[in-house]
Design a protein around this ligand. Structure first.
Ligand SMILES: *[C@@H]1O[C@H](CO)[C@@H](O)[C@H](O)[C@H]1NC(C)=O
Ligand SMILES: *[C@@H]1O[C@H](CO)[C@@H](O)[C@H](O)[C@H]1NC(C)=O
Ligand SMILES: *[C@@H]1O[C@H](CO)[C@@H](O)[C@H](O)[C@H]1NC(C)=O
Ligand SMILES: *[C@@H]1O[C@H](CO)[C@@H](O)[C@H](O)[C@H]1NC(C)=O
Length: 249
């Protein structure tokens, strides 16, 4: 008896589920609710223009490089195929390369590059080039520091750091990374150079600015989102409003 009541109920629930309409897109009111929720992860909290991890793309600028994710309580993002840890997000974004987090011997051979429509570099973080797999030292004059890595077969390999944006030249690979302009470790003479301190420096990351939240200052009682990527229109979502005024950029 009990079990047939149970089976009737579960059939009923099943039928009910069939008839509940799954909305094909979120209404503006839903977006107000969804976008009011900030991204929270390991002490990093972010709203517009960021999205991801519970914030639909329409809550931010729906570009892949503004998506945030949370892994083991560490905020991360991918920008132009390079993975970064997010160390700070306001007022400007401070990120550190995930590959250099564990040391500088096994990088992902990709430059840190930024879509100029979205990011602008910070003057205080000029570019440096790390050069790997050289037969001989690079012939450029701007070699700043060298350090030593063990190769897979146990040999020592010299790695060179140059100022500016360079390619690998005669060597096997290079990586361009913005670094703090003349961090304290670099003012020390070469013979005193402290590699561990330099690795700590890499973990402090670098800063980039994002360009695009100007329009959202006008969204005082709503929350900002980006409704139409094609027309580059940002919008404000308000509680209980179905067609909020558009603010064109
Ligand atoms: C670093 O290099 C990129 C191009 O690779 C350039 O757009 C950017 O302005 C450079 N950063 C600085 C601080 O010069
Ligand atoms: C450069 O790469 C090639 C091919 O992977 C390798 O055979 C060579 O030993 C490398 N050279 C150095 C100096 O690491
Ligand atoms: C990084 O940038 C340098 C200089 O612009 C270029 O020569 C090199 O090929 C780039 N590396 C990659 C992996 O795109
Ligand atoms: C987005 O903007 C484009 C260009 O202004 C327009 O043609 C299109 O209808 C808009 N799409 C939506 C969903 O509003």
């Amino acid at each position: 008896m009990n079990s047939s009541v149970f089976s009737f109920l579960s059939d009923f629930v099943f039928l009910l589920l069939l008839f509940i309409q799954i909305p094909s897109s979120l209404s503006n009111e839903d977006l107000f609710t969804a976008c009011s929720k900030k991204f929270e992860c390991g002490g990093i909290s972010a709203g517009f223009p960021f999205w991801g991890t519970g914030r639909p793309a329409a809550c931010g600028i729906p570009e892949p490089e503004l998506e945030l994710r949370c892994e083991n309580n560490i905020a991360k993002m991918n920008i132009n195929k390079v993975a970064y840890r997010v160390l700070e997000i306001y007022p400007i974004l401070r990120i550190a390369r995930e590959d250099y987090w564990v040391g500088f011997c096994k990088p992902q051979f990709m430059n840190s590059t930024f879509n100029p429509k979205i990011f602008e570099p910070d003057e205080g973080y000029p570019n440096f080039t790390f050069i790997y797999g050289c037969q001989d030292a690079p012939k450029t004059l701007s070699v700043f520091r060298t350090f030593t890595c063990k190769t897979n077969d146990g040999d020592d390999q010299s790695v060179y750091i140059e100022e500016g944006e360079n390619g690998p030249g005669e060597c096997n690979g290079s990586v361009i990374v913005p670094l703090k302009d003349y961090p304290p470790v670099w003012n020390t003479p070469v013979f005193e150079w402290n590699v561990a301190a330099f690795e700590e420096q890499l973990k402090k990351g670098f800063e980039v600015r994002w360009k695009v939240d100007r329009e959202c200052r006008e969204c005082s009682t709503g929350v900002c989102g980006f409704e139409n990527v094609t027309s580059q229109t940002s919008t404000c979502y308000y509680p209980g409003m179905h067609s909020p005024p558009e603010i064109s950029s």
